[in-house]
Design a protein around this ligand. Structure first.
Ligand SMILES: NC(=O)c1ccc[n+]([C@@H]2O[C@H](COP(=O)([O-])OP(=O)(O)OC[C@H]3O[C@@H](n4cnc5c(N)ncnc54)[C@H](OP(=O)(O)O)[C@@H]3O)[C@@H](O)[C@H]2O)c1
Length: 289
C-alpha cells in the first residue's frame, strides 16, 4: 500500500511525484516506458509493475498522461475493482468527455475527479502548484490535504465532471494572447532601444491596475445602468487597426490585432460605434470573417 499513485511520469507526472514525496507521501508510480520513471525512484517512491497495481495500491491515483482518452483507456484496460479508490486526471476534458470518464471510473466502483493544473511542472515541483478540482465533493475532501500539502492553491470548483477544466479555460483564456503580446512588446522595445528593465517594471506597475479595472468594467457591463461611454467601440477599433499596421511594419505578426479590429469594426457597422467598448460583449457570439 502507498498513499498516492501517479500514472505517467512525463513533465507533469514527474513534478507531482517529486512534490508528493517531498511532502512525506509514500508514492507508487507507473509509466508506459519504465526506464523514464526510474530516475524518480527513492525511499518514498516505488515503481509498480503494471497500471493495474498502481491503480489498486493507493486510495488516490493521479493520471498524468497525454490526453483524457489515453488516460481512460489505461483504466479500462486495467480491468480492476476501484471500490473506495479515487482517480484524478490532469487531462483537459469538456463536460461531455468528463462525464464519459466519470462513468468509466464509476463502472469500476471508483470516483473520478478532474484535476486541472494551471501551473508549470517546475512550479508544482517547488510546492507552488495550483489545483482546480471538480467531481464528487466527498472524494475531494478525502484527499484535499494531499494537494494542499504540495500546492499554493487547492480549490473544489464544482461537483460536475469537467467543470474544473472549463473553469480553468475561462480564467486562462486571456493568458495566451497576453503571452504573445508581451513577446511582441519586447520586440518593439528592442527595435527602438527601449530598456528591457523599463518594459518589465512598467508592465508590472500597470497590469495589476488594468486587470482590476477591466474586471470591474466587464462584470459591471451586465448591469444595463452602466452607460457612461469612456472609450467607444469605434475608438478601440481604430486603436486595434493602428497597432496591427505598426506590427506589420515591424514585420511582427499582426493577426491578433487584425482579428480585434474586425470584431470592433463589425460592431461599428451594426450601428454601435459610439457605444462603450464593453457593448462588444453582444457581438462575441457571432463569427465574423
Ligand atoms: N506540462 C505542463 O505544463 C502541464 C501543465 C498542466 C497540466 N498538464 C497535464 O499533465 C499531463 C501530462 O502532460 P506532460 O506535460 O507531463 O506530458 P509529457 O511530458 O509528454 O508526458 C506524457 C506522459 O504520457 C504518457 N503516455 C503518452 N501516451 C501514452 C499511451 N498511449 N499510453 C500510456 N502512457 C502514455 C507518457 O509515457 P511515456 O514516457 O512512455 O512516453 C508520459 O508519461 C496532461 O494531462 C497535461 O494536460 C501538463
Amino acid at each position: 500500500m502507498s498513499d498516492v499513485s501517479v500514472i505517467g511520469t512525463g513533465a507533469m507526472g514527474s513534478a507531482l511525484v517529486e512534490a508528493l514525496a517531498a511532502s512525506g507521501a509514500e508514492v507508487t508510480i507507473w509509466n508506459r516506458t519504465p526506464e523514464k520513471a526510474e530516475a524518480l525512484l527513492g525511499p518514498r517512491v516505488r515503481l509498480a509493475p503494471s497500471a493495474a497495481e498502481a491503480l489498486t495500491t493507493s486510495p488516490l491515483t493521479i493520471m498524468a498522461v497525454s490526453g483524457h482518452e489515453v488516460s481512460r483507456t489505461i483504466i479500462e484496460n486495467a480491468q480492476v475493482d476501484l471500490t473506495d479508490k479515487v482517480v484524478a486526471s490532469t487531462s483537459f476534458v469538456t463536460p461531455d468527455q468528463g462525464r464519459v470518464y466519470d462513468s468509466a471510473v464509476s463502472v469500476a466502483g471508483g470516483q473520478y475527479l478532474d484535476l486541472s493544473i494551471p501551473a508549470y511542472p517546475s512550479e508544482v515541483r517547488s510546492g507552488a502548484g495550483v489545483f482546480l478540482i471538480s467531481g464528487d465533493r466527498n472524494a475531494f475532501e478525502a484527499h484535499r490535504t494531499r494537494f494542499e500539502r504540495i500546492g499554493r492553491i487547492t480549490t473544489h470548483v464544482s461537483d460536475t465532471p469537467g467543470a474544473a477544466y472549463i473553469s480553468e479555460m475561462a480564467v486562462l483564456l486571456a493568458y495566451l494572447p497576453m503571452a504573445v503580446s508581451l513577446l511582441q512588446g519586447l520586440r518593439i522595445c528592442e527595435h527602438h532601444g527601449i530598456p528591457v528593465e523599463w518594459f518589465r517594471e512598467t508592465v508590472l506597475e500597470l497590469y495589476p491596475f488594468h486587470i482590476t479595472s477591466l474586471l470591474d468594467r466587464v462584470i459591471a457591463q451586465e448591469d444595463s445602468s452602466a452607460t457612461e461611454v469612456e472609450a467607444s467601440i469605434s475608438e478601440w477599433g481604430r486603436g486595434a487597426a493602428e497597432y496591427a499596421d505598426y506590427l506589420r511594419e515591424l514585420q511582427l505578426d499582426p493577426g491578433l490585432y487584425d482579428a480585434l479590429h474586425r470584431l470592433f469594426e463589425g460592431a461599428a457597422s451594426a450601428g454601435q460605434g459610439e457605444a462603450d467598448w464593453t457593448v462588444i460583449a453582444e457581438h462575441l457570439a457571432s463569427s465574423r470573417e
